[in-house]
Each structure stands twice: as structure tokens, then as C-alpha cells.
Design a binder for this molecule. Structure first.
Ligand SMILES: [Zn+2]
Ligand SMILES: [Zn+2]
Length: 162
């Protein structure tokens, strides 16, 4: 199963949020790329899928954004890798930092929580693709865990199909 499809489904927020956006800034390791993001829900989700781990050097811990990411500095240093037919991953060409995953139209993005300047108010909430988590680590936090199949069922409304 393709991790990216499920990631979109998990994070695209089918319910309309009335919570006000929180604006957060972030940057890559060397500081060349800087951005601004609008966070709708102050929740951290992690994805254990093989693609995310290959890209982020570990499970990808991300924060969902309610609006397209605004690159405020270093557009020329921003590399964008198309990792599937619909998704792409942003990174810094200078220092290699993994910055965000987003749909290719930019309408939906998940920012690497480690790239944010402030993690104030954020809580660790979900773990997806738990079935692709390798055995050598495990988070002790009390999170909502879903396999890729469970995630898929949740968003297709067909929980009985296993
Ligand atoms: Zn950099
Ligand atoms: Zn993933």
C-alpha cells in the first residue's frame, strides 16, 4: 500500500475546523530556507511508513497545515522532490533538512515539526502506518495508532472490509 495516499487521507481533515489558525515560522538546519505556516490543529502526527522513514531518517513527525506553506526566504535553496503522482517533499538543497510533505497543488501540507521555531501548544496525537513501524523503536506516548488498512477504512467509511 502506498503510504502517501494514506497520509493525505489521514491529514486532510474531512471535518471543517472552526478553531483559529496559529501562525508558526520555521526553517531548515542552515537557515537558508525559511517559511511561515498556518496550523489549524495543534497536533503532531507521525508516519512510520517506509517512504517517510527513508526521507526523514526516522519516523516523520509532522504538523498539518490549513493553508499552503509560505516560503519567506531562500526559495532558490528549496528543493522539491516528487515522491508520488500526487505528493512532493520539500528539503533544503544546502543542508539537506527535510522540511515538508505536500500535495503537488500545494493545497495541503504537513510540516516537519522539527523545522518549526516553536513547538508551543503542540501535542503528540496520532501514529499512522503502525504496521510499517520497524521493531527497533517504539514511542511510549499514549497515541491513537492506526495501520495503513485501518486508516484507509476510516476514510473510505468501510471499516468492515479487512
Ligand atoms: Zn538549509
Ligand atoms: Zn509516511
Amino acid at each position: 500500500m502506498n503510504g502517501e495516499a494514506e497520509w493525505i487521507r489521514s491529514m486532510s481533515g474531512t471535518e471543517a475546523s472552526t478553531a483559529p489558525d496559529v501562525e508558526k515560522t520555521g526553517r531548515c538546519l542552515c537557515g537558508a530556507v525559511q517559511f511561515k505556516a498556518h496550523i489549524g490543529k495543534l497536533e503532531i502526527g507521525t508516519c512510520h511508513c517506509v517512504m517517510c522513514r527513508r526521507w526523514a531518517a526516522g519516523p516523520f513527525l509532522g504538523v498539518d497545515t490549513s493553508r499552503p506553506i509560505e516560503i519567506t526566504s531562500g526559495e532558490a535553496s528549496l528543493g522539491v522532490y516528487r515522491s508520488s503522482d500526487w505528493g512532493e517533499r520539500g528539503f533544503c538543497r544546502d543542508c539537506g533538512a527535510s522540511l515538508f510533505w505536500r500535495t503537488q497543488d500545494g493545497s495541503h501540507a504537513v510540516i516537519s515539526v522539527g523545522a518549526l521555531d516553536s513547538d508551543e501548544g503542540l501535542v503528540f496525537k496520532t501514529e499512522v502506518f503502525i504496521d510499517q513501524k520497524p521493531p527497533y523503536y517504539e514511542f511510549a506516548d499514549d497515541t491513537e495508532k492506526m495501520t495503513g488498512a485501518e486508516l484507509f477504512a476510516l476514510f473510505t467509511g468501510d471499516a468492515t472490509n479487512d
